[in-house]
Design a protein around this ligand. Structure first.
Ligand code: CUA
Length: 160
């Protein structure tokens, strides 16, 4: 083996070791996890996950509800290639917690112009809190490639 080959092999090993250490440190030392510590939904296959979701609160009843004065909960399911519900209506100033998951593959959950940016992973519950101060029409888009009609996957957030 040439000496430069040995050097490259050695360097590759060092890079792998550094990445593994960084991964261990970020998870154990800095507590960085998937944006989904809100819970999990156990299921064995994508086919069954839709059925399980239909029976699992709060996903058995997607939509917006007021949980306290001015505080809302928006339960959203992402599936190829739509969000349920397809429109979220909120009053201006609403403090909303999005609780979302995917019924099939990985989807994105992004509302441009806000800090709402999540990944929806099948079987994982994602949660994010945001206050809509300004009235207007916001768009909720999927920003994780999820198949041929990925670009058509969106929903609206209407703040009045
Ligand atoms: Cu769902 Cu892209």
């Amino acid at each position: 083996m040439e000496s430069f080959e040995k050097a490259f092999l050695g360097a590759s090993g060092v890079v792998l070791a550094v990445f593994l250490c960084a991964l261990a440190y970020s998870t154990a030392g800095m507590s960085i996890h998937l944006p989904s510590s809100a819970g999990q939904i156990y299921c064995t296959s994508a086919q069954r996950l839709r059925k399980v979701l239909r029976k699992t609160p709060p996903f058995d009843n997607p939509g917006v509800r007021e949980v306290a004065p001015g505080k809302y909960e928006a339960v959203v399911i992402g599936q190829t290639w739509a969000f349920t519900p397809d429109e979220i209506d909120l009053p201006a100033g609403a403090d909303v917690t999005f609780i979302a998951t995917s019924a099939d593959v990985v989807h994105g959950f992004l509302i441009p112009g806000t800090s709402v940016n999540m990944m929806l992973i099948p079987g994982e519950i994602s949660k994010f809190n945001y206050r809509f101060r300004k009235p207007g029409e916001y768009i909720l888009i999927c920003h994780e490639y999820c198949g041929v009609l990925h670009h058509t996957m969106y929903s609206k957030v209407i703040v009045k």
